[in-house]
Ligand binder design. Structure first.
Ligand SMILES: [Zn+2]
Length: 276
């Protein structure tokens, strides 16, 4: 091939600069497609002698190379840290596994370090600061969670107590907190006798009463006992529940303007009502 003139060289340089991305893409594609061939050629080129020479050089300059590498790392601590973080984020499982393995393999060392850390006042102070920062950041979230858990525990406890009380009075069945909350939704958070009392129910202690429609301790001793089942439950405001007490549910509803028909004809027989 004829030698290129300086003008040709300059033109090629400009061309390369303009089409840099295209050229790089082509080269990458070519390499990907011919990877095995290229490697094979490279390996053939590296004669044994050359390889040996390289190894010798490598060994002879190990100290120097390591020193340089350390120096570079110190000078570029920021990017080293960033790179490590990116790697960890990209392969969390791998790093966790590796860390666990290392800790297992060095159990004694880890134990000793932990013991020393407990005595190190600087670390203690650092940890305290970190915990403080964490708490300041997560305070509301944790408190909210605790409140919710406490509320749920209390509700479950209340439901259990209610079931026990009903059982002691001879009513069978059980009502869960979830069923009561579903009923709450059905009633839109209103007392069943809202039309007469105008009371909203509240999700707090005594904010609503769980009423057995057919009382479990009926006024009339000849009446069958109401079951402790969700079908026999309604949510009332405190005042309505106290007024209703153990009265006939139909009579009470009528007295509060809820049933306008003559219930003696349409109501199912009491005996049918309780044999579900
Ligand atoms: Zn009410």
């Amino acid at each position: 091939m004829a030698k290129r003139t300086p003008e040709q060289k300059a033109a090629r340089k400009i061309h390369a600069a303009i089409n840099r991305d295209k050229i790089r893409e082509y080269a990458n594609r070519y390499y990907a497609e011919n990877k095995e061939n290229i490697r094979e050629k490279e390996r053939a080129k590296q004669s044994d002698e050359l390889r040996e020479r390289r190894q010798l050089y490598h060994q002879a300059n190990r100290e120097e190379r390591n020193r340089k590498s350390r120096e570079w790392k110190v000078n570029n601590a920021g990017s080293v840290r960033d790179y490590a973080r990116r790697q960890r984020e990209a392969n969390p499982d791998l790093f966790k596994e590796r860390s666990n393995k290392w800790q297992r393999d060095n159990a004694e060392y880890v134990k000793e370090q932990r013991r020393l850390a407990k005595l190190d006042p600087e670390k203690i102070a650092r940890d305290r600061e970190r915990r403080k920062r964490w708490w300041a950041k997560n305070r509301e979230r944790i408190l909210e969670k605790t409140r919710e858990q406490r509320k749920l525990r209390r509700s479950i406890y209340v439901a259990r107590t209610r079931n026990k009380r009903a059982a002691a009075r001879g009513a069978d069945g059980e009502v869960t907190y979830e069923q009561i909350m579903a009923l709450w939704e059905l009633q839109n958070g209103l007392c069943v006798f809202f039309a007469s009392c105008g009371n909203l129910l509240e999700k707090k202690k005594n904010g609503y009463h769980v009423d057995h429609i057919e009382p479990i301790c009926p006024q009339d001793p000849n009446r069958p006992i109401g079951g402790n089942r969700i079908e026999n439950i309604q949510l009332l405001c405190g005042s309505c529940n106290i007024r209703k007490s153990n009265k006939d549910p139909y009579g009470f509803a009528q007295a509060n303007g809820l049933l306008f028909c003559d219930i003696t004809n349409v109501a199912p027989k009491r005996s049918q009502l309780h044999r579900r």
